[in-house]
Design a protein around this ligand. Structure first.
Ligand code: SF4
Length: 359
């Protein structure tokens, strides 16, 4: 998959753009002033694969809390600030790694200059984030509503404010809750500038609806080579966003996928509790260490078609009536009572990990 060439920016130790792997981001939903809780959530996010985290900075106390958060966070931290340039200056001073701020909303030119001067000294990138829901009135009027062209014009306005001050460590996002609108806006932006793009569907919804919207919106753009960092926005605990983001990247071959579970959809032939079996195997697979080669495991509903349908799997089980099959590369290697199937499969996986696990 060829990717659009973009400039690289660095947020702490993480590179975004310039051909670097697509970076997964999220945002804490704790009160940023509560350093302990915020750090705990950052740790939970990092544990499941988040690589950069954003915190909301709503007031001076939050801006000062950024000091302890940035210093102790295992992920680079971005401060999300609206309108108040003083909060940006404090957060920069406290050691933040990145800013999300729309410079056109700060007001007087000298305020922008102060912020740019401070970020220049520390090479802190700024993400310009345009949201369809808060597009400027004059742009909405010009385009007779919220359009992709209007969103791009708004982003360019903010970009030019920074460029006029000689600053180009910029990332851009153009989020909308309507997928066709965000797709059009990102495509247009990608043709217009070579700054790295932060891709996401905003207000995507709960896990169920948000997952589909994000997979379609983010996945479509990534498949076209657009996007350097992604955020899956789901209502609730941000930790649940990360497996979805990883799944999108793996599905597109943008992340190493060396452990893969396949399971059949079940049909009238299924005579075992396949959903539970697949669930248990998935849990076991999710805690496996990195392997030096791919591992594909199949959990199939019937002994008639299962092994054949999962021929390319390294290992698998196929349920039957009171018994089941253990198979390797499509070949049946054991016929076992139903309750022995799962332990036998897990043993095979453990042996495989012993042989191929990376240190
Ligand atoms: Fe049905 Fe068997 Fe295919 Fe599963 S593997 S969908 S149970 S035929």
């Amino acid at each position: 998959m060829s990717r659009k060439e973009t400039k690289a920016v660095r947020i702490g130790h993480v590179t975004i753009g310039g051909g670097a792997p697509v970076v997964i981001q999220s945002m804490t939903n704790t009160d940023t002033r509560n350093v302990k809780e915020t750090l705990q959530q950052i740790e939970a996010l990092a544990k499941v694969g988040c690589e950069v985290v954003r915190v909301a900075v709503l007031d001076q106390d939050a801006a000062y809390a950024v000091k302890a958060i940035s210093a102790q966070s295992i992920l680079p931290v971005i401060a999300d600030i609206h309108f108040d340039y003083r909060l940006a200056l404090i957060a920069i001073e406290q050691g933040i790694h990145g800013l999300r701020l729309n410079p056109g909303n700060i007001g007087a030119r000298w305020k922008v200059q102060e912020v740019v001067h401070a970020v220049k000294e520390r090479e802190i990138p700024i993400r310009i984030g345009v949201n369809a829901g808060s597009l400027e009135k004059e742009i909405r009027e010009k385009y007779q509503g919220v359009t992709a062209e209007g969103m791009v014009e708004s982003a360019l306005k903010h970009i030019h404010v920074l460029e006029d001050e000689g600053y180009d460590k910029i990332k851009v996002s153009l989020k909308a809750s309507e997928v066709p609108l965000m797709l059009k806006a990102y495509r247009l932006m990608s043709e217009t500038v070579d700054y790295p793009l932060h891709v996401g569907v905003t207000e995507a919804g709960t896990v169920r609806s948000g997952l589909v919207k994000s997979a379609v919106g983010i996945g479509t753009l990534l498949a076209e080579g657009i996007g350097d960092t992604i955020r899956v926005s789901l209502t609730g605990d941000p930790v649940q966003e990360i497996p979805v983001a990883l799944s999108i990247l793996r599905t597109l071959g943008l992340r190493e996928r060396n452990v893969d579970l396949i399971s059949c959809p079940t049909c009238g032939r299924t005579q075992v509790n396949l959903a539970e079996l697949a669930e248990q195997v998935e849990t076991r697979l999710s805690s496996l260490p990195a392997l030096d080669r791919p591992l594909k495991v199949a959990v199939m509903g019937c002994a008639v078609n299962g092994p054949g349908e999962a021929r390319e799997a390294d290992f698998g089980i196929a349920g039957g009536k009171g018994m089941g099959l253990l198979f390797r590369k499509g070949e049946i290697v054991a016929r076992l009572p139903e309750d022995e199937l799962l332990p036998a499969l897990l043993k095979e996986i453990e042996n495989y990990v012993k042989e191929h696990g990376k240190d």
